[in-house]
Design a protein around this ligand. Sequence first.
Ligand SMILES: [Zn+2]
Length: 239
Amino acid sequence: MRWSELKLKSRCWSRAAAGALVLCAALAAAQSAPQRFVVVLDAAHGGSDVGAKLGNQAEKNYTLALNVKLRSQLGARGITVVTTREADSVVEPDRRAEIANHAGAAACLSLHAATTGSGVHLFVSSQAAVVVDRLAPWKTAQAAWTQRSLALAGVLNSALTNAGIAVTLGRTALPGVDSMSCPAVAVEVAPEHARIAQSGAKGAANFDDAGYQMRVVKALAAALVEWREEAKNKEARQP
Ligand SMILES: [Zn+2]
């Protein structure tokens, strides 16, 4: 499947990130595999930022529940997880990036949900890839990591596809993710089938389908195990 530049007028993350320009170290050398393999799970929205309306529930609750399920699956596979929120609270995009950057994340998945489309949508920052050898502006820190983020999206795509889940790949502006100095992908879960998504309440019920959710979560966990193996092999090749 080809990457497509999508124009997402009403996408929930179109809200511009606030905050002052802060400089962060994004040394190119930091792109080598980290010593510790930590995954950051970023449950999007929270508090007064409810996100999209998914039938009877708000996206903020769905992403938090998904976060808990995925954290559990990753923990069972020996992967250390750091989360950007554990409660129904507002977490600003800059704070989410701070958490991911402080954790030295080997991967960050920003979790969203939508009633449009079907399967899982994977988004990588639309920032053009650049090599940064000194200091990167905070708002565009992800630009130094775009290639690694695309690689991570590729691994996620393979695992989801192997699990029989439709995948759509895209690039877009991602407040929060755009300031992350790590491989980062926004994972937006839609109902499994577009025809169900278009039928209102049935679409909402599909979000609560435990079997579908678990297939998504297990595929994401399998992808991150694969990502960890790649990181280990990369370390092994280093002098
Ligand atoms: Zn969202």
